[in-house]
Design a protein around this ligand. Structure first.
Ligand SMILES: *Cc1c(COP(=O)(O)O)cnc(C)c1O
Length: 386
């Protein structure tokens, strides 16, 4: 029997990393010790205090039942308390906070709540592939907003044609940005609010890297600017902040109607997050935590080491202090990012992510993830010829 995938599934771009995965297996089989800068998952452990809460709460029988759809009120209160303390944003935990099975889940499902076939969703490129997938699954049409280095990887709204704006219902944004590591400030977010209000567009800001910064300046929340809550929501996650990617817990906060729509989709598709996980996450958010500082000081050392080494090797690196990514130009002219990644892997056993995996405007760049130890970074630089 042969079963054909749906049109919506076939509409997604081909999996770019298949060839690289194949070459990785070959290089590994040849006995090479692979060093991977390809992993967007913290190597640092979940804090023991959080794991302890999970262990304890998982033994309590009410936590073993179906959770409430929108999340425990206690968890939502912890989110709202943290947003207030951290960003000065006030949120009603009853109607402006929704738990998610990781923020990826919420991002992927949001278009189902608001997009009719033919509606347009504005998507940054390069970007996290889930914005496009969620749009296509809902029958929406992705419209690419190029993120260019000349504009510090911020979209230029004045370039979006009027006929697109008429049909646009949602705009995804993501700062600090994966993969470019670019950040956005309140001035930009104010422009976003003006633009979205004028054109009646829901803003969905992906703030997964809110706590990852290696410089002095903390990252700004989209919701912290005036009027943002009138037109948008923010996705956030415990994944990167507390090294909890495997726990699968995140949340959406902001505009009541948007939260309600996303919640209605989820009520029909899932049954929420394991309560013991919600309680462990609430513990993390409630307690003044050393973990964010500790993580950032580790990422800072790694970033300094890698950027200095790459520059010595002749790479041109985009300067940023946020996320745990380093976004660099492909150092060879006339070589695609994929060909470069393949040849680097073949010659040195080092894995980097080709920029074209994040969209056409990622071409010409590669992404290094700072999720490996300083020793491994040093070893990689030596192999690359430093
Ligand atoms: C890691 C990441 C997420 C968060 O994923 P979770 O589902 O919360 O683990 C969201 N957006 C971007 C851009 C990411 O890199």
């Amino acid at each position: 029997m042969k079963f054909n995938f749906s049109e919506r599934l076939n509409k997604l771009p081909a999996y770019l990393f298949a060839e690289i995965d194949k070459m990785k297996a070959q290089v590994k089989a040849g006995g090479v010790d692979i060093i991977s800068f390809g992993i967007g998952d913290p190597d640092l452990p979940t804090p023991k205090e959080i794991v302890d809460v999970l262990k304890k709460e998982s033994e309590i029988d009410i936590n073993q039942k179906y959770p409430s759809y929108e999340g425990l009120l206690g968890f939502r209160k912890s989110v709202s308390g943290w947003y207030n303390k951290r960003f000065g944003v006030s949120l009603d935990p009853g109607i402006e906070v929704l738990s998610l099975i990781g923020s990826k889940e919420g991002i992927g499902h949001l278009p189902l709540a608001f997009i009719n076939p033919g509606d347009v969703v504005l998507i940054p490129d390069p970007g996290y592939p889930v914005y496009r997938a969620g749009t296509v699954f809902a029958g929406g049409i992705p419209y690419i907003m190029p993120l260019l280095e000349d504009n510090d990887f911020l979209p230029d709204f004045s370039r979006i044609p009027a006929n697109i704006l008429e049909k646009a219902k949602i705009m995804f944004l993501n700062y600090p940005n994966n993969p470019t590591s670019a950040t956005a400030d309140k001035y930009f977010f104010n422009e976003v609010v003006k633009f979205a209000k004028k054109n009646n567009i829901i803003v969905a800001h992906d703030f997964a890297y809110s706590e990852i910064y290696t410089g002095e300046k903390e990252n700004d929340s989209f919701l912290s600017v005036n009027g943002a809550k009138d037109i948008g929501i923010e996705f956030n996650s415990l994944s990167k902040t507390f090294n909890m990617t495997g726990f699968r817990i995140g949340f959406a906060v902001g505009n009541e109607d948007v939260i309600k729509g996303l919640g209605a989709v989820k009520t029909n598709l899932d049954s929420g997050v394991f309560q013991a996980i919600q309680l462990s996450a609430a513990y993390g958010l409630d307690n003044e935590f050393h973990v964010v500082k500790d993580n950032n000081s580790i990422y800072k050392k790694r970033r300094g080491l890698l950027v200095e080494g790459l520059e010595k090797l002749g790479y041109k690196v985009y300067k940023s202090d946020a996320t745990f990514y380093v976004w660099a130009h492909v150092p060879k002219i006339n070589m695609t990012s994929k060909d470069f990644a393949m040849s680097l892997l073949n010659e040195t056993g080092i894995i980097v992510t080709p920029g074209s995996g994040f969209g056409d405007y990622g071409e010409g760049y590669v992404r290094f993830s700072l999720t490996i130890s300083e020793n491994r970074i040093k070893e990689a630089l030596i192999r690359m010829g430093a």
